[in-house]
Design a binder for this molecule. Structure first.
Ligand code: NAP
Length: 255
């Protein structure tokens, strides 16, 4: 008798080399999902592969989500790995600077728009046909409270996360009746490498979380695994998660 091939369900996570993406990879590994992990820093991906492949099968997807050509090429070359993907976590993203618009750095704007909007669109465009073929799938977009509320110096980052919200809502309409779930997770302050990337300065980044208790990457990972583990007729459309010490994008309690 031929051996039965059991295909484990897998999750594709963009931006899995640090912060929320890495914590989410660990959380899904603990749930027994095979992992496809994306990010640009290859050494980090290999270290994470070493850590998690003791638990589950890990495939690396080392490409820049903002490069249309690299995204299309990776998906073309790895088509056979995509049949078992049931969940896509569009997490790769970044903020750059907090300058007022009138003096903003236009290269920073390009980087945020290319990563947070176009990158999310490219990866979703490549994954969604597989979900439709399988007649099931769950897309979890990592938006932000900046996708609902704005603050000085945050025009472009906020615009990208407002776009994530618009894309999430449209995706639900475009896939209605196809058994596809779309969740937009909108965190407030989470202590990751996010502020270091934003300010290009470790000390400035540290100051962001001084004398307050921010969310952890694991808090968000737990929320994501909760949302995807609801029964298939339940779609958590949107979740806003602030730390207790933050009441709005501009109001933070510091002891
Ligand atoms: N931290 C917060 O306060 C906060 C709040 C709300 C929403 N968010 C959102 O949460 C998501 C994750 O951020 P985080 O807080 O975990 O920050 P992080 O620690 O800096 O992680 C960002 C991840 O995105 C990846 N990434 C960035 N640009 C990429 C690209 N062009 N191609 C592929 N991967 C890319 C990075 O990997 P490589 O550098 O290796 O490519 C890294 O793994 C982002 O979308 C962010 O906007 C964060």
């Amino acid at each position: 008798m031929g051996k039965e091939i059991v295909q484990t369900k897998s999750v594709f996570i963009t931006g899995a080399t640090s912060g929320i993406g890495l914590a989410t990879a660990r959380a899904f590994a603990a749930m027994g999902y095979s992992l496809i992990l994306n990010g640009r820093r290859r050494e980090r991906l290999h270290t994470i592969e070493k850590e998690l492949s003791a638990q589950v099968s890990v495939t690396l997807a080392p490409f820049d989500v903002s490069s249309k050509q690299d995204v299309v090429e990776w998906f073309k070359q790895n088509e056979d790995r995509l049949h078992s993907v049931e969940i896509l976590i569009n997490n790769a993203g970044l903020a750059r600077g907090t300058d007022p618009l009138q003096v903003g750095d236009m290269s920073d704007w390009d980087e945020m728009i290319d990563t947070n909007i176009k990158g999310l669109l490219y990866v979703t465009r490549q994954t969604l046909p597989h979900f439709l073929k399988n007649q099931k799938g769950h897309i979890v977009n990592i938006g932000s409270v900046a996708g609902r509320w704005i603050y000085p110096g945050g025009a472009v980052y906020s615009a990208t996360k407002h776009s994530v919200r618009a894309i999430s809502e449209t995706l639900r309409l475009d896939t209605l009746g196809k058994n596809i779930r779309v969740t937009n997770i909108e965190p407030g302050m989470v202590e990751t490498e996010f502020s270091e990337v934003r300010f290009r300065d470790k000390n400035k980044a540290k100051a962001v979380y001084q004398n307050m208790t921010p969310l952890t990457a694991q808090d968000i990972a737990e929320t994501i695994t909760w949302a995807v583990s609801r029964p298939s007729h339940v779609n958590i459309q949107e979740l806003v998660i602030y730390p207790t010490d933050q009441a709005s994008v501009r109001d933070v309690f510091r002891s």
